[in-house]
Structure formats: C-alpha cells, structure tokens
Design a protein around this ligand. Structure first.
Ligand code: TRP
Length: 464
C-alpha cells in the first residue's frame, strides 16, 4: 500500500527548515572571511545582489519542481516525463554527499569549540592547527555531529526536520541578536562596522564578483536538489514565491548579522586595524577566542560558548538538509525504510569524510593530496572535495536546472505550478522577472561561473 507522502505541517515549518538548510557554516564561518578577503563592503553588496537577482529565481524553480512532482531529485525528472534528465538528480545527490562529507568535519570543529570555550579554554584559538590535527578528538566531534544529524532525519519530515528547525532557528536568531548587540558595544566596534559596510568600489574586481556569486549560491543551498527535496514536502496551498523570498531574506539577513557580530570583535582585537587580520579557513576559529578572552574570563566564556553553539545549530540544520537528499532518494526510489536508509547513508558519508578529517596535517598523503596545474602548493583532500562538490558541481547543477526548466519542461509549466497557491501570479512583474532570469540570466551567468571554476581551480588559469 502506498502511504501518503509526509508534509511539512505549515508554511512556517517549511520556511524554518529551508532557511535552516540555507543558514549554515556558509553564512557564519565562510561569509566573514570571504568579506575579509574580498574587499569588505563591496563584497557584501555583490553578495546581496546575487542572492535576490540570480539565486532567488533558481530557488523558486527548485521548490516548484519538488512540489509538482512530490519526488526526490532523481524521481522528479522522471515524473515530469524526462527520464533522460535523471542524471541531473544523480549529480545533485553526489554533490550533496561530497559536501556533507567535509561539511560535517567543520561542523564538528564548531561543536568542539563550543565545548572548549564553555570550559574556558581560550587558548584554543592559538591551537587551531593542533586542534584540527587531533584526530581522536575531532573524530569524536564529527561522530557526535553525524549522529545528531542522522537522529533528526530518522524522525522524518514534520516530526524530525521541521520540529528541530522550528526550535533551532528562532533560538539562533535570538542568540545572534544578543551577540550583535554585545559586539557593537565593544571599543573600536565602529571601525569594524566601517570596514564591513562602507564600500570601497575600487575593491570590486572580477574575483570579488566571482566569489560573491559562488558564496550566494552555496549559502542558499542551491544547485543540488536540496530544495527540490524539501519542495516535495510542501503543501499545494503554499505560495512558493513568497516562501522563497522569505528563505532568501532570512539567509541573507543572517549572513549580514553574522558580519555585524564578527567585525566588531575583529576590530576590537586588532585595535581598529581590521585589515591586519588574515582571512582564511581559520578566520573565526583562530581570531575570535582571543577576542572573547580579552572581554573577560566569565563574560568571554559565556559569549564565546554562545557563539560556537550558535554556529553548531546553524550547521546542524544544514547537515540535516544535506542528508535528507540521498535519504529521500533511497526511500522513494529504492523503497528502503527511512530509518534504515538514514543510518546506512550517514555511516557511508561519515566514512567518506574520514580522509577530509585527517587532511589537516595528520595524514601527509591527504594533507598534500593534489597539486593543481600551475599551483605552487598542494591542496588538501578537504578543499579538493569542496572544489568539486560545491564550487564546481553546484553552479553546473544550477545551470542545468534553469536550462531544463526554461527549455525542456517549459516556463508555462513552471508558472502553472507556482500559480497553485499564488493565484494572482500570472501577469505580475515577478513572473516576468523569473521567466527572464531562468531563460537567460541564470544559465549564462552560472555557465560562465562553471567554466571559470574549472579553468581556475583545476587548470591553473588565472583570470583575475
Ligand atoms: N547553505 C548551507 C550553508 O550555507 C550549506 C548547505 C546545506 C548546502 N545544504 C546545501 C549547500 C545544499 C548547497 C546545497 O552553510
């Protein structure tokens, strides 16, 4: 007997879950160091523009495909009548598995830092290198994180993912607001904010644009069917356009708040000289603990622990969505029991993440995994997986999804699906914009990004 597909119980539930997927390490860990690397406020402006102009239409498309077909990303293309396009769903699932394999490692670091700061160990900032190298410890945090993710996903859509997101997302926002208010009271806070918000347009170059776009796309969880999957659990009564707008707004809003929270700390620590602090993967892990320490042993401990707990929550709602994609596939297509699928897939992805886990110094082989053409230093396994799974496969997926929708499935079918739940959609400016974006703007821009990434990452072409 075919049982009825589960559903998010309300529009808010769906938005919390999808915003939870979007808001993650990308917003709080990656965004600030991308800002620091890439021209401060100029980067922020580009990022916001891309979120709304380019990513939002892709998001609407993914959700609509999911809701129309009520299927996982592979089954969705079959259900629409284009079985040849199954490969796109498969690519998406592979990308998601690759992303989760390394994402879980960083999420484990965040959780480990929460524990360290709760214990008052501010030294951890200077020991970042040793911390990520201590395989027993980060391995354990990684296991805890994957187990938590699997536990939530095993409880299903409304009872697991939705419930967790409805609890974690509002908590995250409250914690963030507290931290932002606190950080704005620090000495030199203003210099941090100025660096973050006053654009220097001379800083905009092609590289800033390129990074901002990649960041927006990753941050909104696009290009691999995560939102096709979540969309498949959305009620026909919901308005996809307003949901997507709210998800985009929450994601961009949280990234923005993360900057407001972090740059004052950085300015405080550097006595106002934000530029002197190096951006990079260790940015918040290396810099922030000393900032917390200098605000005082007790308050620093509370604020520090709160920050890394917040980061862990943000990461958890994202790992959940990454795991849900292959799980929905296994449940729909391979008819596997959800609980069984969850634990097997989680174990598999954890194992796949072990080389990433040990690629930060512990294993010489994985630490110096590849040297790209023309590069002067080796790339570790973890970054390598990121270059493939997120930097390359996501824009490629986004490119193909928009091509598919505009030219194969056809725009009027997309519009018809959107109209259910948004009867006034036809003839609106927003309809015209979405049609234009998915027919021309998105395929062209995402196609270019994909090619440039290939050339730049793997073939040593320096186009900047
Ligand atoms: N958006 C998340 C972040 O910013 C990461 C993420 C979760 C993701 N699910 C995804 C990225 C699906 C791409 C696709 O941290």
């Amino acid at each position: 007997m075919a049982s009825e597909r589960s559903k998010f119980s309300s529009k808010f539930g769906f938005i919390a879950a999808a915003a939870g997927s979007a808001v993650g390490l990308g917003n709080i860990w990656k965004f600030p160091f991308e800002v620091a690397n890439g021209g401060g406020a100029a980067f922020v402006i580009m990022y916001l523009l891309f979120c709304f102009l380019l990513c939002f239409p892709v998001m609407v498309t993914e959700i609509a495909i999911g809701r129309k077909t009520q299927k996982n990303p592979v089954g969705a293309f079959v259900a629409l009548g284009f079985p040849k396009w199954k490969f796109l769903g498969i690519l998406g699932i592979i990308a998601g598995i690759l992303i989760l394999s390394f994402y879980n490692v960083v999420a484990g670091w965040a959780f480990g830092y929460f524990i360290q700061l709760a214990l008052g160990n501010f030294e951890i900032g200077n020991q970042f290198g040793e911390f990520v190298n201590n395989i027993g410890r980060v391995g354990l945090y990684g296991i805890i994180f994957m187990l938590s993710t699997a536990y939530v996903v095993s409880r299903g859509i409304s009872g697991g993912i939705e419930k967790a997101s409805k609890l974690l997302m509002p908590t995250l926002v409250v914690m963030m607001v507290i931290l932002v208010i606190y950080s704005l009271t620090l000495p030199h806070a203003f210099e941090g904010i100025a660096y973050y918000l006053i654009p220097q347009f001379s800083e905009i170059n092609f590289k800033v644009v390129y990074n901002a776009l990649g960041q927006a796309f990753f941050s909104l969880s696009l290009g691999m069917g995560a939102l096709i999957t979540y969309g498949s659990y959305v009620s026909k009564k919901d308005n996809i356009v307003s949901s997507a707008a709210l998800i985009t707004l929450s994601d961009a809003g949280i990234a923005f708040l993360a900057g407001l929270m972090i740059f004052p700390f950085v300015a405080y620590l550097s006595n106002g000289d934000v530029e002197s602090i190096q951006g990079g993967a260790g940015f918040i892990f290396e810099v922030l603990p000393s900032a917390f320490e200098s605000i005082g042993p007790i308050i620093g401990r509370i604020i520090g622990a709160l920050f890394f707990l917040l980061l862990s929550f943000a990461a958890l709602t994202s790992t959940i969505s990454l795991l849900e994609v292959p799980v929905t596939y296994a449940v729909d297509e391979l008819k596997v029991n959800r609980k069984y699928a969850v634990w097997i897939i989680a174990l598999f992805i954890f194992m796949l993440g072990v080389p990433s886990l040990i690629s930060n110094g512990d294993s010489h082989f994985f630490t110096n995994f590849v040297t790209y053409l023309g590069a002067d230093k080796a790339t570790n396994f973890m970054d390598f997986v990121g270059h493939i799974g997120s930097d390359t496969m996501l824009p490629f997926g986004g490119f193909l999804i928009t091509i598919f929708t505009a030219y194969i499935w056809k725009k009027h079918n997309l519009n018809k699906e959107i109209e259910i739940g948004y009867p006034g959609f036809k003839g609106t400016l927003i309809e015209k914009y979405i049609d234009f974006a998915i027919s021309y703007l998105c395929p062209v821009v995402l196609g270019i990004i994909f090619i440039l990434t290939l050339l730049n990452r793997f073939f040593g072409v320096d186009m900047f």
